[in-house]
Design a protein around this ligand. Structure first.
Ligand SMILES: [Zn+2]
Length: 193
């Protein structure tokens, strides 16, 4: 087992984000939260998501960016449209992805969860490559944190209802849950393209 702040997955691009901190002492990571994000909203490609998580988003590059450039947010992992993945926060640290949230009556989901962002929106389907990578990364995360039972893999909309809608109506939960069930805890890890 690695020490605190060292849990980086092999084979992924690492972009360490300052928007993270230590988890509360003694916490068990037992929740996985699926999100979507696109910057500007509905536009894919480019490096703006990384820029946001790395606190270097240019507020002048788009009107929307001026509203969000000062946000201090992150996620552990991001899967882009081509299926390539990058990691911003070591899995043993707390990323700032969930905001005000609760799961089964327990608040502050950031304390005890892993956050995976899919580059996408509520308006369009995700790509095949994204599902493939998500299945692999989910298996990897669950092998590291076995307390993340299948029913503890949720959407942001599940833990912040009324405030958040992601990953949205196009996310195929049936397919994803079947993949989780069939893969079990062991990951056939493949490095990104
Ligand atoms: Zn979200």
């Amino acid at each position: 087992m690695t020490g605190p702040g060292e849990l980086w997955l092999p084979g992924l691009i690492r972009e360490p984000s300052a928007n993270s901190d230590e988890r509360p002492a003694g916490i068990e990571v037992d929740l996985l939260v699926i999100h979507n994000i696109s910057l500007p909203p509905g536009k894919f490609g480019g490096g703006y998501i990384s820029d946001l998580f790395l606190n270097r988003l240019d507020p002048g590059a788009h009107p929307y960016f001026a509203e969000i450039a000062d946000l201090r947010v992150s996620a552990h992992l991001l899967i882009r449209r081509d299926g390539s993945a990058r990691q911003f926060v070591p899995l043993d640290r707390r990323a700032w992805h969930a905001g005000v949230s609760s799961f089964c009556g327990r608040e502050r989901c950031n304390d005890y969860s892993i956050g995976i962002e899919l580059e996408g929106s509520d308006e369009v389907p995700y790509t095949e490559a994204q599902y493939r990578q998500l299945h692999i990364l989910t298996a990897e995360v669950r092998s590291l944190f076995p307390a993340i039972a299948p029913e503890r893999v949720v959407g942001h909309s599940d833990i912040a209802p009324g405030r958040k809608t992601d990953p949205g109506p196009h996310f195929d939960w049936t397919r994803f849950r079947e993949a989780i069930a069939h893969r079990g805890g062991g990951a056939d890890y493949i490095s990104e393209s």
